[in-house]
Design a protein. Structure first.
Length: 337
């Protein structure tokens, strides 16, 4: 009898501040999965639901898995865990031989950012700052101008679809033209709408992240491409093969990011990013995988100390963390045939 055996270990991440424009600073629940395949290889993946973006709860997804039903998020978890398993089989680290991609600096909560922190980020070599916007547009506008003008950063602004088209236009028009060129892109200004996005794209380059699933990809052609220039790709949440096809077809760039998830998820995203950078160096922009410092330190993130805009290497096979993963008190799901 050949079965796939699933085990899980639930964890809690404690945010240091409000994270994501729609999240409140409450503990976030996820689970690591340990998956053993019939060909006798074992790999690890991360399941980190965002109910704010419509995901089913962690318990719901685990219960469903117990009954043989796989959520879209779990499909990615399993696919990434399989990559981990194949690397572990040969005791190889997934990052081996891959270029390291620089990350942007993430500001989750503009209220909490300090001058000292920005000075440090500059000194450490960050060139891009990702600023979560959409809560207090006036304040964010002031910070954006300050980051460009006084600190010399380039910006990625992420509205998480929370701006109105009017707010967005006001925001952009208040940033003088020379400074606007320092905005690399604006991510998900508002819910996807062909005409509204096309009009917004006259002011600044747009990127699609959470709105990715609302894009009517099949209606676009090489000669009539979508109204954005960048796909923000989260390997934890999107089919990466399909996204890469879209990027090729429509000549889009990609910024690969974590899902603000567990360090195991962070390293999965980083490995995929390195792989894509090696294959398509001109397509891959600075990454957004350096997100674990948004949470209180734990035994995993302790192995990823801040090191400028690059992630530290984690020793071990696959995504690393071998000893910690082996020592976790795993709970078995019913074996699935
Ligand atoms: Mg986003």
């Amino acid at each position: 009898m050949s079965v796939i055996q699933f085990s899980f270990w639930k964890y809690i991440l404690s945010p240091k501040s409000r994270i994501g424009s729609v999240a409140t600073p409450t503990a976030r629940h996820g689970a690591l999965l340990c998956i053993r395949w019939p060909d006798d290889v074992t790999g690890y993946g991360d399941l980190f639901p965002w109910p704010e973006f419509g995901d089913e709860s962690l318990d719901h997804q685990l219960d469903a898995l117990n009954e043989g039903r796989v959520s879209a998020g779990l499909e990615q978890t399993i696919w990434l865990a399989r990559r981990d398993a194949q690397a572990r089989q040969y005791s190889q680290n997934l990052m081996k031989g891959l270029p390291r991609v620089r990350n942007h600096y993430l500001i989750n909560d503009p209220d909490l950012v300090t001058d000292a922190e920005l000075g440090d980020a500059k000194k450490m070599g960050y060139q891009y700052i990702k600023l979560k916007c959409g809560k207090d547009i006036q304040k964010e506008l002031e910070l954006a101008v300050k980051l460009i003008k006084l600190r010399g950063f380039q910006l990625r602004l992420d509205f998480n679809s929370r701006a109105t088209p009017a707010d967005f236009h006001t925001f952009m028009q208040k940033i003088p033209e020379p400074l606007r060129q320092k905005i690399e892109f604006v991510e998900d200004p508002f819910p996807y709408n062909e005409n509204l996005w096309r009009s917004a794209s006259q002011l600044v380059a747009l990127a699609v992240d959470q709105e990715y699933h609302r894009v009517p990809w099949e209606t676009y052609t090489e000669f009539s491409p979508p109204p954005f220039k960048v796909i923000v790709l989260k390997p934890a949440r999107q089919d990466t093969v399909k996204a890469r096809e879209f990027a090729h077809r429509f000549r889009l760039k990609m910024a690969i990011t974590s899902s603000l998830d567990h360090p195991v998820g962070v390293m999965h995203a980083a490995a995929l990013c390195g792989e894509f950078k090696k294959l398509y160096p001109n397509m891959i922009l600075d990454a957004g995988c350096f997100s674990h410092t948004s949470y209180e330190l734990d035994q995993f993130s302790a192995l990823l100390p801040p090191k400028g805009p690059y992630l530290s290497d984690v020793t071990g096979s696959g995504v690393g963390f071998d000893q910690i993963l082996q020592a976790l008190p795993w709970t078995k799901l019913r074996d699935l045939e």
